[in-house]
Ligand binder design. Structure first.
Ligand code: ADP
Ligand code: MG
Ligand code: MG
Length: 251
């Protein structure tokens, strides 16, 4: 297993948000995380990434066989974990180009590596855009594309995407999906895929373009249902999340 989460309970600001989450993701697999607003999806991501506000009170997170529950975020990123945030902060004084240099271990005083410029252009960013402060005054679509650009500079072994399709128009969803595919080794035959991912999506829109192996439904801090992504989505579209608590898939 690449990622193994066991009985994970997490408190944020004194409130228990995750109440015993179990989740395993193998090398080469893409999983989807669904669930109503406030269920704890983003909390799970930020806990896997090791944000200090997310207090693990029970359980463990293993990555590549190593217990990472107490590692810092920087150490986890070094091990190959990446995330596209739902609402990343603006960073005044640091340009997109600078950030790409930092991520790709380049000296910030040097000219940006042409490969990075190429990636930026691929995501429909002009060279001038690279001089802009990260996320400052970006449109919703620009924020999401910039998140994916940073990940392409990093190429993590395990990538979490928090609602990459939210607030993005159809044309850009297809573009983002193709780059997400690259991050998840979808351009390789399934048997040799190595990279894995976990994708939060609200309406399942992105799944029309990115294939997933398994879906999980998180309700009130617990995974109440896991199974085939298309079947689960269809159930949710028909009867909402209520049906997931005791659905036919899991019984
Ligand atoms: P989701 O991503 O599924 O919509 P979240 O993980 O963002 O849900 O939130 C789950 C619950 O935890 C919500 O009640 C939210 O208000 C609370 N929460 C999350 N992060 C924080 C935080 N940093 N401070 C206080 N409460 C938080
Ligand atoms: Mg939400
Ligand atoms: Mg969220």
């Amino acid at each position: 297993m690449l990622l193994e989460i066991e009985n994970l309970a997490v408190e944020v600001a004194g409130k228990r948000v995750l109440k015993g989450v179990n989740l395993s993701i193998a090398e080469g697999e893409t999983h989807v995380l669904l669930g109503p607003n406030g269920a704890g999806k983003s909390t799970l991501f930020l806990t896997i990434l090791g944000f200090p506000q997310y207090d693990v009170v029970e359980g463990s997170i293993k990555f590549k066989g190593q217990d990472i529950t107490n590692l810092t975020t920087a150490e986890r990123v070094q091990l190959g974990i990446g995330v596209s945030f739902q609402t990343p902060p603006a960073i005044r004084g640091i340009s997109v180009g600078d950030l790409l240099k930092i991520i790709s271990n380049q000296d910030v005083r040097e000219e940006l590596n042409p490969r990075m410029k190429e990636l930026a252009n691929q995501l429909k960013f002009s060279d001038e855009f690279l001089d802009r402060d990260v996320n400052l005054g970006f449109s919703g679509g620009e924020v999401k594309r910039s998140e994916i650009l940073q990940l392409l500079a990093q190429m993590p072994d395990f990538t979490m995407f928090d609602e990459p399709d939210s607030g993005v128009d159809i044309e850009n969803v297809e573009l983002l999906a193709s780059e997400i595919g690259t991050l998840l080794d979808k351009d390789k035959p399934q048997r040799i895929r190595q990279r894995s991912g976990l994708l939060i999506t609200h309406l399942g829109y992105i799944l029309n373009f990115v294939s997933a192996d398994k879906a999980h439904v998180l309700i009130d801090g617990v995974i109440s249902c896991s199974g085939n992504p298309n079947e689960i989505l269809e159930d949710i579209r028909k009867s909402g999340f209520n049906g997931c608590v005791e659905c036919a898939q899991c019984l």
